[in-house]
Design a protein around this ligand. Structure first.
Ligand code: GAL
Length: 692
């Protein structure tokens, strides 16, 4: 009986994890839309007018107290929530729910003056000061203590308040590369703990016999000077792990504190999607992760002459696909409503682009979208930052009207909303995971071997191909179950161990189709080379051996041919010796290894393993390899041009055009256009109902 109860409990817990979205959000709402407001920036007499207009535009929640520590605790230990109570009551009058923030990004001046030890110190010795934001060290015990006191008061006051739907911790909490004394002490403690207080273990892990780097005690260890080009990179690896852990612990401790008081309120934070910082997803008690995204800031990552007004077509898509798998649901906390103030150049978005971004977030399956900010500020660092309302406080900006339109469209769709997971079978059949571990990027970064190598650009070559296939993609870490994906791609997965390779092998033997790419499994988790043939950890899995690898000058790229088509490469090429049961796809057609292969595939058990030991210059080789593989696996794919993406959720298909030309989309059989037309202009959106 006990066992049955336990099994039932496990099943409930597991389904709770799988359907986390239903814990906090209602599928029928499709998405909620909200907007930041800083009551402390405006005369109290204007609050009601602003909330009314917010409500009239259709917003359903607002976002308070993000940078208000000085107003919440004007003197140490003296708290003032009266002004916030008033703002919440007025927001409620206009049916606006509230996201409450912990304001730890802006410690008040009394704190920095009385406890200067909390200030961040840079590697070059510069100590940050009051007058901006994000100048406090997450490693400082004093800072944490004072932050937690304030947060606990806030949570006691608002944790049981049904007008508050959730909490945002801090603001864009990043990994701090902080050289504060407290960080150094904490780093030593981290190492003592990791290496069981045994300095020999650390010396072995860091390979300190090299260049006389050997340590006798933990107290001799300092934070690594990353500016020193040849600094021990095993040490840097541990430092980065430690630094990411500081951010994660700080968030998790805040989260647990709030959970002591919060009833029915979710807790998240608004990460910048810096994928290789390694902290996103590392605070286990957050209910889900959210992100902030800015699309237009002067760089032309878009398509065509005016692409800089529309933005990178996959910038939101990749964030969706990275954040959603962490806990099954995600939100977007900041989405640009117009011009920003911090870019090199801050152009106007193309008319329609704000709405395009909103639909892009929606397409990935988010539960809410919030915009930064309601009113353009009249003073302070962000005076030139657009809001939903203009500097007069009442005129709605073009981006504000695009939000209004989006909200109306969503509300219309709610009437016939279907379940979140209602998606066509052919779309589900091409579900693909990209296995990602930021530590590979950290490790490769310190030993690139070719200055033109870029780990994220390598991954992007696979990602953009998958998006052109119209494939749903999850970017996952090693904690996830691979078996739910027909195809898993692990690009440049440099650091591995036997346990991981065994998992990969089992996945393939049980019917999975694994794609590994160059640089994979060459090092152990400390960043050391195993005492074995180079890269041999995966020989049994891929079925081939590597003779050697070569790197070329970018101005003298090499040539590779597959199925009669030529490709160029220079950053990394492996020369393989395939086993008997491996099929080779393509060969080098230049150099002293002319005729030798870099790509192999073979069957293993019920699945397949494909190895792509080469990185092409423009991604066309990666694209053609995946096309060939999916055709072989009988997985039907689309052929969308770069700039057009398509996703499904809630029985809706969403097609987005970031291209510089109109795109004609052929509706699937039985589908019906609901928003937009099948001729989709630049920055246009088509939403259609799938065949029921
Ligand atoms: C974000 C930040 C916001 C605001 C915004 C301006 O990165 O989280 O607080 O400064 O930029 O675009």
């Amino acid at each position: 009986m006990k066992k049955q109860i336990f099994t039932l409990l496990c099943a409930c817990l597991m389904s709770g994890m799988l359907f986390a979205q239903s814990t906090w959000f209602n599928d029928k709402d499709l998405t909620l839309t909200g907007v930041y407001y800083y009551p402390e920036h405006w005369d109290e007499s204007q609050w009601e007018r602003d909330f009314k207009q917010m409500h009239d535009l259709g917003f359903e929640f607002t976002h308070f107290a993000e940078f208000a520590w000085a107003q919440l605790e004007p003197e140490e230990g003296k708290y003032d929530f009266a002004w916030l109570d008033k703002a919440i009551a007025l927001a409620d009058k206009y049916k606006l729910k509230v996201v409450m923030c912990t304001s730890t990004a802006t410690p008040p001046v009394w704190l920095s003056r009385k406890y200067p030890e909390i200030l961040i110190k840079y590697e070059d010795g510069t100590v940050l000061d009051h007058g901006a934001r994000q100048h406090a060290s997450f490693a400082s015990p004093r800072y944490r203590e004072l932050a937690y006191k304030m947060i606990e008061k806030l949570a006691q006051h608002y944790g049981n308040d049904p007008r508050i739907i959730g909490w945002q911790l801090d603001n864009e909490p990043a990994v701090q590369f902080d050289y504060n004394e407290a960080a150094e002490v904490a780093f030593r403690n981290f190492l003592k703990n990791k290496y069981h207080n045994t300095i020999k273990e650390l010396n072995d892990a860091w390979g300190t016999a090299f260049w006389s780097e050997v340590y006798s005690t933990f107290d001799e260890i300092t934070l690594p000077k990353t500016a020193q080009m040849f600094m021990n990179h095993h040490q840097i690896l541990d430092y980065r792990r430690f630094a990411a852990g500081q951010t994660n612990d700080f968030l998790n401790e805040q989260c647990l504190l709030i959970k002591k008081y919060a009833r029915n309120q979710w807790i998240t934070t608004n990460y910048i999607p810096n994928y290789d910082e390694g902290h996103i997803g590392g605070s286990p008690d957050l209910d889900f992760v959210s992100y902030t995204r800015y699309m237009v800031y002067g760089d032309n990552e878009g398509i065509g002459r005016r692409g800089y007004r529309v933005g990178n077509p996959l910038r939101i898509a990749f964030a969706n696909d990275f954040f959603r798998p962490v806990q099954g649901t995600y939100g977007v906390m900041e989405l640009q409503p117009g011009q920003v103030n911090w870019g090199g150049i801050n152009p106007q978005p193309l008319p329609g682009a704000v709405r395009l971004w909103l639909w892009s977030v929606f397409a990935g399956g988010s539960d809410f979208i919030c915009t930064y900010r309601y009113r353009q500020p009249l003073y302070g660092t962000e005076q030139y930052h657009y809001g939903i309302a203009n500097t007069d406080g009442t005129t709605i900006t073009p981006g504000g009207h695009e939000f209004e339109q989006f909200i109306k469209e969503v509300k219309q769709l709610r009437i016939q909303a279907k379940a979140r997971d209602m998606k066509p079978a052919d779309y589900q059949a091409r579900r693909t995971a990209i296995l990602f571990n930021h530590e590979n990027a950290w490790s490769i970064e310190r030993q690139k071997q070719n200055r033109t190598w870029n780990t994220m650009a390598h991954i992007d070559k696979y990602y953009r191909t998958l998006k052109s296939f119209g494939a749903p993609v999850d970017i996952i870490n090693e904690s996830k179950d691979l078996s739910q994906y027909p195809v898993v791609i692990a690009p440049a997965y440099q650091m591995a161990d036997k346990a991981l390779v065994d998992r990969w092998t089992e996945y393939v033997k049980n019917g999975g189709n694994l794609v590994l790419t160059c640089r994979t499994a060459q090092k152990d988790r400390y960043g050391r080379l195993p005492e074995a043939p180079f890269g041999s950890l995966i020989y049994d899995l891929t079925g081939n051996e590597m003779e050697f690898y070569d790197l070329l000058l970018p101005e003298e790229p090499g040539k590779f041919v597959m199925d009669g088509k030529e490709y160029h490469w220079n950053t990394w090429g492996e020369i393989l010796k395939p086993g008997k049961d491996c099929q080779t796809w393509g060969k080098y057609i230049e150099e002293f290894y002319e005729g030798k292969p870099a790509i192999t595939t073979r069957k293993l058990g019920k699945g397949t393993i494909t190895y792509v030991g080469i990185d092409s210059t423009d991604g066309t080789l990666e694209r053609d390899v995946l096309k060939k593989l999916y055709a072989k696996l009988n997985i039907s794919v689309m052929d969308l041009p770069y700039g057009v993406t398509m996703e499904y959720r809630n029985g809706l298909g969403i097609v987005l055009n970031y291209g510089d030309k109109p795109y004609r989309f052929n509706l699937p059989e039985g589908a019906k256009a609901l928003i937009g037309t099948t001729d989709i202009p630049t920055a246009g959106v088509l939403v259609f109902a799938t065949k029921q």
